[in-house]
Ligand binder design. Structure first.
Ligand code: TZP
Length: 204
């Protein structure tokens, strides 16, 4: 199993930012201490996504690609993140070998299945209300998070409506870390915001 050596996991959504700002924003956040980034831009062409991946790859953080084993391989990213109903992990490994593979889980059953398939981590959520609540469904809350963290042994990243205070509560519920979109991408003071997360999450 691959070692997950980060607690703060930035997930992208370029639509939250002004046009063409994503690469710069990710660069700033990684310079502030974000150690893992998932490129989650589901509406880009293969060529556009590859281009973005290659630009973001130059940062010091680990790079994960959402749902695209081919781009993970070609861009030599560090890992692949598979949606709940995406490739089974063992099939994805035919393309990405022993790179890190994570999977989204929206239930305990899905988290158990991901672990059994050989995923290195899961994201579980939404834990809290998110800005785009309808898109991600009703929030699960900390009790459901706890149920997942108590029943699987791979790393669990809590996702959905996370902020630094909530990150601490998620870790207390057994999460290894948190996946964050808007609270990092839209932070007015990225350095301060990242430092709040890093102190809330603690060291590995
Ligand atoms: N999966 C569950 S909630 C979510 C995803 C991708 C979005 C989280 O976004 P935010 O802005 O960090 O609440």
């Amino acid at each position: 199993m691959q070692k997950i050596d980060f607690r703060l996991y930035l997930i992208t959504d370029r639509h939250l930012l002004p046009p063409n700002m994503l690469v710069e924003r990710v660069k700033v956040l990684t310079e502030c201490g974000v150690k893992a980034v998932q490129l989650r831009e589901k509406d880009l062409s293969t060529r556009e996504l590859l281009n973005l991946a290659q630009q973001i790859k130059n940062n010091s953080a680990k790079l994960f690609i959402n749902d695209r084993a081919d781009i993970t391989y070609v861009a030599n990213a560090d890992g692949l993140h598979i949606p709940e109903h995406g490739f089974p992990v063992d099939e994805a490994r035919k393309i990405v070998g022993d790179k890190i593979i994570g999977k989204s889980a929206h239930s305990l059953e899905a988290a158990l299945r991901a672990e059994e398939e050989g995923a290195d981590y899961v994201t579980f959520g939404p834990i809290y209300d998110t800005q785009s609540k309808r898109k991600y469904g009703e929030p699960f809350g900390l009790d459901k998070l706890k149920e997942v963290t108590q029943n699987i042994s791979i790393s669990v990243f809590a996702i959905g409506g996370i902020n630094p205070e909530r990150a601490k509560d998620c870790v207390d519920a057994g999460a290894s870390g948190v996946g964050v979109i808007s609270d990092l991408l839209l932070a007015e003071n990225p350095e301060f915001q990242v430092s709040k997360y890093l102190s809330a999450l603690g060291s590995l």
